[in-house]
Design a protein around this ligand. Structure first.
Ligand SMILES: [Zn+2]
Length: 421
């Protein structure tokens, strides 16, 4: 079975990765260089741990920078102090495990699309490393649900999803191997069983539990896993028709929308690849969900700090551009073309996108920088359109998001707005 794309669909992507998206392929390859040069990837012996102190500067209260190459040195972006406490290391382990798992999907995509053999070896080494290590992490000292490498189930879901995609990509090229059996037996099945045992109802976290269990079901040929993840009471069909409101927003608000919608993308894409049908209305809401983050954006292109959304986060993130690209890969949408015109604005100052520190879907946001199609991620290499139509910015209009209960009135070519919640 197939997780995201059939072997034929992957083969059809190879000319795109070598032509119009070659700058993206090259930039993704450059970013893997340190890991490719480092030999067998290092995997921490300790499980991640959530504490009050871990990961934050005690003076400024901000998250410490994540650097995958510095496990024992954690720098504050505000006061520049470096901390070496064990609590910070155990928080860092969470980011590192997600980062490394995502690198397996990243490397496997480059291998199957560009014949880059060292990338294929790296992806296999990461999978082999986790197959050897997974059972050694104790399923205890958790916060939200059972898990071995992490402290909450949904984090293990995000992690497992990356490994499942990586294995599937490798097998689309090399067929079934002994490594595939080992990863299925020692990681995919036990991890999916653990995730499936913890139903988080209508939480945004359940989106990732469903996607991971569906991906595992596809790899294991396990119809029970697939049915529960897609048609079960808290499955994908329910999440896209009730977690997403009729205006296409995730019911928990802007901050959760971005995280949940990226997870729904995996779920819907896996269902597509398996030939499963989903409710028409849910798919309409899902398509609408690509555009809604821009509907409520403030004039400075940040999203509103409603509820527990972080303060003044810019939409100018590579991950947001990737979401638009994945949206227009499914269907034309003038709102997304306009958003891409804004995101790819050449007048914005250049800077670090922080893609190199991407921790799969549990990312942190950075200051706005200039983006291009070469800033996108491995998912875009697999799914983004060969070419985009000419992009032109257009001012956001007034909107009423009836489901969310938010009206945004815009005037003066959207330079002024009032939002009523
Ligand atoms: Zn500080």
């Amino acid at each position: 079975m197939t997780v995201l794309l059939s072997p034929d669909a992957i083969a059809a992507r190879r000319p795109v990765a070598r032509a119009s998206l070659a700058p993206l392929a090259r930039s993704l390859r450059d970013e893997l260089a340190p890991l490719l040069d480092a030999g067998t990837p290092w995997i921490p012996a300790e499980k991640a741990r959530l504490t009050r102190a871990g990961g934050r500067c005690p003076r400024d209260g901000v998250l410490l920078d994540f650097d995958p190459w510095r496990p024992r040195e954690h720098r504050c972006p505000v006061c520049a102090t470096s901390y070496r406490d064990e609590d910070h290391y155990r928080w860092w382990v969470m980011n590192y495990q997600l980062w490394l798992a995502e690198r397996s999907a990243h490397a496997a995509a480059l291998y199957v699309l560009t014949d880059d053999v060292p990338c294929g070896v790296l992806a296999a080494d990461i999978l082999r490393g986790y197959a050897a290590r997974y059972a050694s992490y104790p399923n205890r000292d958790n916060v939200l649900g059972p898990t071995r490498p992490f402290f909450s189930t949904y984090l293990e879901s995000v992690w497992l999803l990356q490994l499942a995609v990586a294995l599937d990509l490798l097998e689309s090229r090399d067929g079934h191997t002994a490594l595939g059996d080992e990863v299925r037996e020692r990681v995919i099945r036990p991890s999916a069983t653990l995730i499936a045992s913890y139903d988080e109802g209508s939480s945004n976290r359940q989106v990732y539990n469903c996607a991971a269990v569906a991906a595992a079901g596809a790899l294991l040929g396990d119809e029970g896993f697939i049915a529960a993840a897609t048609r079960g009471p808290s499955g994908l069909a329910t999440l896209i028709t009730s977690g997403l409101l009729d205006d296409g927003t995730w019911y928990e608000g802007e901050n959760y929308h971005l995280f949940a919608h990226r997870g729904l993308w995996y779920g819907v894409t896996i269902a597509d690849a398996l030939g499963l049908s989903l409710p028409h209305e849910g798919l309409r809401r899902f398509r609408e969900g690509f555009a809604t983050p821009f509907a409520t954006a403030l004039p400075d292109f940040t999203f509103p700090s409603r509820r527990d959304s972080p303060y003044r986060v810019s939409l100018r993130q590579w991950r947001i551009a990737e979401s638009c690209e994945l949206g227009v890969a499914r269907a034309d949408d003038p709102r997304l073309f306009a958003a891409l015109a804004a995101l790819y604005d050449r007048r914005v100052a250049e800077g670090a996108t922080a893609r190199a520190c991407s921790t799969a879907e549990a990312e942190r946001n950075v200051a706005p920088v200039r983006l291009s199609r070469a800033s996108l991620g491995w998912k875009s290499l697999l799914f983004a359109r060969d070419t985009l139509p000419p992009l032109a910015e257009r001012a956001q209009k007034s909107v009423h998001l009836a489901g969310q209960g938010i009206a945004v009135f815009r005037r003066d070519r959207a330079r002024t707005c009032i939002a009523l919640d």
